[in-house]
Design a protein around this ligand. Sequence first.
Ligand code: ADP
Ligand code: MG
Length: 309
Amino acid sequence: MILRAVDLFKSYKVPGGRVRAVRGISLDLEKGKTLAIVGESGCGKSTLARVLVGLEAPDSGTLEKASLIPMVFQDSLGSLHPRRTVLQLICEPLVIRDGLLRPSEAHELRAKDLARQVGLAIESLTSLPHELSGGQRQRVNIARALALDPDVILLDEPVSALDVSIQAQILNLLLELQVSRGLSIIFISHDLSVVRHIAHDVLVLYLGSVLESGPASEVLSRPSHPYTQALLASDPSRSRRPGQLVLKDEPPSPLEVLPGCSFAARCPYVEAVCRLEKPVLKNVGRKAVACFPVQRGLQVGYEPTPNLS
Ligand SMILES: Nc1ncnc2c1ncn2[C@@H]1O[C@H](COP(=O)(O)OP(=O)(O)O)[C@@H](O)[C@H]1O
Ligand SMILES: [Mg+2]
C-alpha cells in the first residue's frame, strides 16, 4: 500500500453553519495502480484531494503516505507563471528543491528529458504558457509533477477542460507513464467515461462520503448502489435505455446533517430504515457498498449494455 487514509473528515466554517465536505472517507492506493474518485460536482472530491496531498489538514482521521504528492489541476494555466518558458517551468520544482535562484545545467537536462517523456516537442521548450494548447499545458503540468520522482501523483479533473480527442491523448500518456515508472495515480473526475479508460479501482463519493468502492470493472459495469447506477445512466457517452435510473434534483445541501443515508431523498429504492440510520460500507461481492437494500441482497435493476466490456 502506497497511501492509506482512514476516516478523514474535513469541514469549513461558512456563514450560516459548517460545510461538511468530507465525512469519514477511508481509502487505499496500491503501488502502480490508479484509483479514481468520482461523483457529482460539490460532493467533496477537491477537498479530499487537498487533504490527501497535504495542502490542507483534515479535522480528524489519519493519512499514511511515503512522501509528497504533487497535484495537477483542471485549470492548466493556473499553476504556470505566465512569463516563464516551458523549460523554466519544468525546472522550477528542481530549482526550489535545491534552493537556487535559477536552473542549473543539470536541471535543464533533466527538464528536457521530462519534456520528452510527456510528449512535448523540443520547439515548445521556449514557449510561454499562453502560446500552448490546453493539452500541451497539461503535459507541462504533468512534467512538473514528475520532476521530483514522486511515487504518487494526484490529478483533479485534469482533462475536464479539454476536447475529447485531446483527453484521450492525455489519458494514454498517463497510462504510459504509469507503466514506465510504476507510478501510482489518484485520478479525480466527474466524468465516468474518462475514468473507465484508466482506473483500476473506483471510489464513488456522494455528499462527502463513499457510497460504493471496488475494482473499476465491477463498479463501472455492475454498479450496485442506486446512486452509482444513476450516475452511470446519466453518463452522456452511453445510450439511455427505458427503465434506467435518472438523477433528479440536486443533492441536499452540504450544510444539512441528515440522520439516514445521504442519498435517501433521491433514491427510488428508499426504505424506512434508510431515512433513520446511516448505512456503512459493507462487502457485497468484490465491492464495498453503503446501502441497506443492496446489503440485504436486493439487486437494483441495472443491466450492462452489450457494448460494455
Ligand atoms: N474553502 C472552502 N470554504 C467553504 N466551503 C468549501 C471550501 N471548499 C469546498 N467547499 C464546499 O465543500 C463542498 C465540496 O466541495 P469540493 O470539494 O470542491 O467538491 P467537488 O470537487 O466534488 O466539486 C461544496 O459544498 C463546497 O462549496
Ligand atoms: Mg472539484
